[in-house]
Ligand binder design. Structure first.
Ligand code: SF4
Length: 219
């Protein structure tokens, strides 16, 4: 299988339960809920995306013809001590369109603990060490268990209540970024953050997730 990769970079995880952890981010090209092209956004199943996952022209991006080749590239980008805690975050786009058994094995051979950020529309293999699911719009969830469920808030079609019974260890609300906001154009960023804080205060099952990389300027 050939893997289409938008970009690979080393940074700190900015969101959720692992915020602050050093990690290689491997961004897969392509998503099943939007083409990534602005002309298609209004009709897309997911319309508030703030990520460029089109083509393979980002930092360290490209086509990788084997799992080993991609895993070695990811290892070469790890910027810290290689003795422990090597974390890789598979993200996108939708990584589960491309992640397969050979790639999981190759990354583990390189010493990585594997995290994934998925929209939950495809089954995530159990061999992945940390599963983060972020439901989008009213698209049915297929992956209903994992380590963290991260809901962008508010969304017109999704309320936190409908996810509370699912089998996740952490439940996060992440304020909708004003730049992502195509539907709620009368709201301001502060309103989204205040609404998320209010909801967490009233429903302590939920914790606030802030996009700390945007606050700190870390890429
Ligand atoms: S599912 Fe994720 S990657 Fe795909 S369009 Fe929505 S926010 Fe973007």
């Amino acid at each position: 299988m050939t893997y289409s990769i938008k970009e690979i970079f080393y940074t700190l995880q900015g969101e959720g339960a692992q915020a602050g952890s050093p990690a290689v981010f491997c961004r897969f090209a392509g998503c099943n809920l939007w083409s990534g092209l602005e002309r298609d956004r209004a009709k897309a199943q997911c319309s508030f995306c703030d990520t460029d996952f089109v083509k393979t022209d980002g930092l360290n991006g490209g086509q990788f013809s084997t799992a080993q080749e991609l895993a070695q590239k990811c290892h070469s980008i790890w910027g810290g001590d290689t003795s422990e805690n090597m974390l890789i975050v598979l993200t996108g786009g939708e990584p589960m369109l491309q992640v397969d058994g050979p790639l999981i094995s190759a990354l583990k051979k390189q010493g990585f603990r594997i995290a994934i950020e998925s929209n939950g529309t495809l089954v995530v293999p159990r061999e992945i060490d940390w599963i983060c699911i972020s439901p989008k719009a009213d698209v049915p969830l297929v992956q209903t268990s994992g380590d963290e469920l991260k809901l962008v808030y508010p969304q017109q079609e999704n309320s936190p209540k409908q996810f509370e019974k699912l089998d996740f260890s952490h439940f996060f609300l992440q304020p909708l970024d004003i730049q992502q906001d195509q539907q709620l154009d009368n709201d301001r960023q502060g309103d989204h953050t205040t609404a998320a804080i209010d909801y967490c205060l009233k429903h302590p099952k939920w914790k606030l997730s802030l996009q700390t990389h945007k606050v700190t300027g870390i890429p």
